[in-house]
Write a protein that binds this ligand. Structure first.
Ligand code: ZN
Length: 240
């Protein structure tokens, strides 16, 4: 059947949240898309990760949000995921979690500053924080408005989704993305670890300064962008 691979990938990615220690109960969801056919697959609402099987994963149209292939009822966060795919065309997987450290920064209403190279390897600067939702935005169309304030913040800061693959939704928690569900999971693991490291650093020194710009750029660009040289290349040359 069409999209079986996408359903398997999204099913596996949701289970990976548990393996990575990023969720308890059912506090997280992962989605993925097939851009060629305009389809999104997402975790069903309220289903335990152990019980999840690919045939239960619902498929929706990225453009209209209509159900294309019914599995179980899609996650309540579906409108946020859809809006991110509509607005950030380079992304292929989205993770939403309430992991302790990243959520603590969101609740403390602080963006996560880039204090060192671990952060700079994954995020091209601070992990941004959205503005508070207004009462009317919470009452109606809440999940879609959550997506809108994310997109609004990226536009205000001139950020692009590929270089900054995460955001903190104020008083709520992080949304993280990547080229596919697996890379979104890796970025989610990186975000939680960086959120923890930064919190510990600021306990040691609450005045800790941001990573110097030159060092930030060096670390980000050696892993990302057209002149990246981190990892293994087909020529066999290696770097650490
Ligand atoms: Zn949430």
């Amino acid at each position: 059947m069409a999209h079986d691979k996408l359903k398997q990938e999204v099913c596996r990615a949701n289970k990976a949240l548990v393996e990575a220690g990023l969720v308890v109960l059912t506090w997280g969801n992962v989605s993925g898309v097939d851009r060629a056919s305009g389809v999104m697959a997402i975790k069903p609402s309220g289903v335990g990760y152990d019980d999840l099987i690919p045939k239960d994963i619902p498929l929706l149209s990225i453009k209209t949000g209509e159900i294309i292939e019914a599995g179980l009822q899609p996650s309540t966060d579906t409108p946020t995921h859809l809006l991110l795919y509509q607005e950030f065309e380079s992304i292929g997987g989205v993770v939403h979690i309430h992991s302790t450290y990243a959520t603590a920064w969101a609740q403390a209403e602080r963006e996560i500053p880039c204090l060192g190279t671990t952060h700079a390897d994954h995020f091209s600067g601070s992990v941004p924080l959205t503005r508070p939702l207004r009462p009317a935005e919470i009452q109606d169309d809440y999940e879609c408005n959550t997506g809108r304030v994310i997109v609004e913040r990226f536009a205000e800061l001139g950020l692009n989704a590929a270089d900054t693959p995460a955001v903190l939704v104020r008083h709520h928690g992080p949304f993280i993305w990547g080229e596919n569900p697996q890379s979104a999971i890796e970025n989610a693991i990186a975000l939680e670890e960086v959120a923890r490291m930064t919190a510990v650093t600021m306990q040691i020194n609450s005045q800790a300064l941001p990573c110097p710009e030159a060092l930030l750029e060096k670390h980000f660009l050696r892993k990302h962008g057209s002149n990246a040289y981190y990892g293994q290349r087909s020529g066999g040359a290696s770097s650490s």
